[in-house]
Design a protein around this ligand. Structure first.
Ligand code: HEC
Ligand code: HEC
Ligand code: HEC
Ligand code: HEC
Length: 163
């Protein structure tokens, strides 16, 4: 290999490594989102989530089920992500914001959050039906037919000031 080729190879490896690093986002937990996403005139996302089924998903697991990885994988964001990515997320918060919106460590910053394209580049996800079906599927012992439109309405937390 000549010098040029080696340099090109190193540059490629470096670029690839930085891309991989850029995706190493960590989870911050719902309490951190609450600081900015709980204003009644903007949709009160935190309170709606807290009163809904996902925040209570851990409470449904009784006795041994609460530590059974086979149940936790869908009932707890904390248990379903790599240990090293858990950050300030807690097990008790069940299916947290970040199961649907992606790990928030990089996009939570106001300057990034305000710009949707930037937020997405930093890990923000706007979930679709496919994402819901990662948990709403027949592997669930209590599976009920999943109707995306109906189920979305039940957990809706839109910002009325944007409509
Ligand atoms: C420092 C304040 C702040 C924090 C912390 C924060 N956000 Fe945001 N977020 C904003 C602002 C500002 C916007 C853009 C304006 C708006 O939609 O209200 C936004 C927009 C969003 C959007 C909508 C994107 C769009 O344009 O449709 C989602 C989803 C979202 N945030 C989720 C989260 C989640 C989940 C967390 C926690 C992991 C979080 N945010 C933490 C301030 C914040
Ligand atoms: C990480 C797994 C996970 C994802 C992703 C997920 N859910 Fe859920 N969902 C659950 C669990 C677990 C429950 C049951 C909570 C409980 O009662 O213990 C649930 C319950 C619900 C319920 C209440 C159902 C009922 O019988 O009352 C609705 C509605 C719902 N989810 C909608 C959605 C929608 C819409 C999406 C996608 C935008 C979604 N979920 C994504 C795990 C998930
Ligand atoms: C593939 C994901 C998944 C797995 C694995 C899973 N659950 Fe669930 N669980 C759900 C979803 C989604 C719901 C919401 C019910 C629905 O609407 O489909 C739910 C609901 C429940 C409920 C509430 C039942 C109701 O009808 O209100 C209990 C209790 C529960 N699960 C216990 C468990 C236990 C115990 C395990 C492990 C043995 C387990 N789950 C494994 C996804 C899962
Ligand atoms: C079960 C999945 C799920 C969970 C959990 C969840 N969201 Fe969402 N969120 C959605 C969906 C679906 C939308 C609508 C996406 C769209 O309009 O394309 C949404 C939209 C939003 C928006 C944009 C509202 C608007 O109208 O501009 C914000 C902000 C937001 N979520 C914040 C949060 C915060 C904060 C939490 C936790 C406290 C949370 N979400 C938990 C699925 C979820």
């Amino acid at each position: 290999m000549n010098f040029k080729k080696v340099t090109l190879l190193l540059v490629t490896v470096f670029l690839f490594a930085s891309l991989v690093n850029a995706q190493d986002f960590t989870y911050i937990g719902a309490a951190k989102c609450k600081m900015c996403h709980n204003k009644p005139d903007k949709g009160e996302q935190y309170n709606k989530w807290a009163a809904g089924p996902h925040a209570k998903a851990m409470a449904s697991l009784k006795a041994a089920d609460a530590t059974n990885p086979k149940c936790l994988k869908c009932h707890s964001t904390y248990a379903s992500v790599d240990e090293g990515a858990r950050g300030t997320l807690t097990k008790e918060e069940g299916v947290s914001c970040e199961s649907c919106h992606g790990a928030g460590s990089a996009y939570k910053v106001i300057g990034i959050m305000k710009d949707k394209a930037k937020a997405k580049a930093n890990g923000l996800i706007m979930p679709d039906e496919k994402l819901c079906r990662k948990c709403h599927n027949k592997e669930s012992p209590n599976y009920k037919e999943f109707n995306f439109a109906e189920y979305s309405k039940k957990i809706a937390h839109k910002d009325p000031s944007k409509q």
